[in-house]
Ligand binder design. Structure first.
Ligand SMILES: Cc1ncc(COP(=O)(O)O)c(C=O)c1O
Length: 495
């Protein structure tokens, strides 16, 4: 039998002033609730004693109503399970009807929604995101996450939860966690920060939204890498910011082009350590150029350092923020790639003069991130599990990357050109000019592959499309198999 919990039993409406007998009112209420789908087959109903007590009436009308409902097949009583809504109530009778649909009926004078809301309605479906198939980008090796250690740490804190764990927290985050993050960023990323400048966010996506809200007014122009991270496009466009596409090359964003197109931009969004998605690293000279521009024009730089932990061919490159002497850089990072994305924990290192503004705007959004995982992750870092997991994943991703590069070269060499495979958890496979990458990605999705088209990252149309192939979350067998499938998808389209 299907188990349907009773915890959401809707309030029973009785009108004691009516002349309709109480048992009849109860009977009709239950029947209507079952037919309208408010109560579902298998859902347990309160005992007659509990319902009588809750409604503050005698048990007799409740007994009579239940008896009638049982006789008509709306309720059933099974030994050991109490009384439940009958499983045999036909489904068509129990599907939500009028009440649920009323809100969908468009009134004559239709309510208006915002321009940003309207734009969001026209976003085309992205079938490549519908599954967690091979090459799904931004996915780490979930099967290698040390779940046993994690759950031990969770139960350590949950078995005797402190008041601090359960009460409201600081919009900036749990202080010991911020201290651990600041220490890690200082040592591993050459980020200059005091724990008081670290804000814990619900994924770096929230950090991007906060940057958009705190730093810019609707209509303000900001430089965006083109191609660039679609999540950043969403965050900035949903804040009404005007995105100025600036091309990137093997040294990162073309600062000179930015100066030509919009010297007075209010900011720039960058992925300097590992340009998303092309994989280039911003050169030292461009770093100096952009910091000079920011200092001169009073513009903000938003540095998204989303996967710099994974570099394979060279030593890690320090963050741009560490070179900034004028506090113009807002630095963002995430635990989505190094641990797992459903954790929804990231951080923003905010210049001291912006801490109060970020904190207030965050307070207005969702107040603070769930304390439990902040506390658990603090222990995970402090007890050495984080560093160990990182080391293991670096080796694993290096192996997965070379298996993918080799498989592409051997099976698709004539068709795909690999770029940006020196770091991170994804690479870009460029398609020959003239091939529509969305069409390829749609076909691949039908064949079970989750490859994101490069054009999803492009703000301006570019000569060559491609596929973003994530290898972090795809094991070596799936990689081999996935490349074969991809070849079959391309062959189908070529026919
Ligand atoms: C460029 C970039 N920034 C940030 C993120 C992570 O976002 P979040 O922390 O919201 O999961 C990703 C993940 O795909 C990314 O590719």
């Amino acid at each position: 039998m299907k188990f349907v919990p009773t915890s959401f039993f809707p309030p029973v409406a009785l009108d004691l002033t009516k002349r309709i007998p109480m048992y009849r009112q109860l009977y009709e209420w239950f029947r209507d609730a079952i037919v309208s789908g408010q109560l579902r087959p298998g859902q347990r109903v309160p005992s007659t004693r509990a319902l009588a007590a809750e409604l503050n009436i005698s048990r007799v009308p409740v007994l009579n109503a239940y008896e009638q409902l049982q006789a008509e097949g709306y309720l059933q009583t099974l030994v050991g399970s109490g009384t439940t809504i009958s499983e045999s109530v036909p489904d068509h009778a129990t599907r939500p009807t009028t009440t649920a649909r009323k809100s969908d009926v468009r009134p004559k004078s239709a309510n208006r929604i915002s321009r940003i809301g309207t734009e969001a309605l026209s976003t085309p479906p992205q079938v490549w995101l519908d599954s967690l198939g091979p090459f799904r980008s931004s996915l780490p090796a979930l099967e290698h996450f040390p779940n046993r250690i994690w759950s031990k740490l969770v139960s350590r804190h949950l078995s005797v939860p402190s008041r601090q764990l359960m009460a409201y927290g600081d919009p900036m985050g749990y202080m010991p966690f911020r201290e651990a993050i600041a220490e890690y960023l200082g040592a591993a990323r050459a980020v200059r920060c005091d724990p008081r400048e670290v804000m814990v966010v619900t994924g770096s996506q929230q950090g991007l939204q906060l940057c958009a809200k705190v730093l810019f007014n609707p209509g303000d122009p900001i430089w965006m890498e083109d191609p660039g991270y679609p999540g950043a496009h969403q965050a900035f466009s949903s804040a009404g910011v005007r995105m100025i596409p600036i091309p990137v090359d093997h040294e990162g964003i073309l600062v000179k082009e930015g100066l030509r197109r919009c010297p007075a931009a209010n900011g720039a969004y960058l992925t300097p350590s590992h340009q998303y998605p092309t994989g280039s690293t911003m050169s030292a000279s461009r770093r100096v150029e952009i910091l000079q521009w920011a200092a001169k024009s009073g513009s903000w730089i938003i540095e998204d350092d989303y996967d710099s932990e994974f570099r394979f061919e060279s030593r890690p490159i320090g963050a741009l923020q560490g070179l900034d002497t004028r506090s113009s850089v807002i630095y963002l990072g995430t635990f989505s790639k190094v641990l797992f994305p459903a954790l929804r924990l990231g951080y923003v290192v905010v210049p001291p003069r912006l801490v109060q503004a970020f904190s207030a705007v965050r307070d207005a959004a969702d107040i603070f991130s769930s304390t439990l995982y902040q506390v658990v992750l603090t222990d995970f870092i402090r007890e050495g599990h984080f560093a160990r997991h990182l080391r293991r994943m670096r080796t694993l991703y290096m192996e997965r990357r070379s298996v993918l590069v080799d498989a592409i070269h051997s099976q698709l060499g004539g068709m795909l050109e690999v770029i940006g495979a020196e770091a991170g958890m994804h690479l870009v496979a460029l398609l020959p000019p003239g091939i529509d990458d969305r069409q390829v990605a749609r076909q691949a999705a039908q064949d079970g592959i989750s490859a994101m088209p490069l054009s999803m990252c492009q703000l301006t149309k570019q000569a060559r499309g491609g596929l973003i192939l994530g290898y972090g979350g795809t094991d070596t067998t799936e990689i081999q198999d996935g490349v074969r499938k991809l070849r079959a998808s391309l062959d189908k389209l070529a026919k």
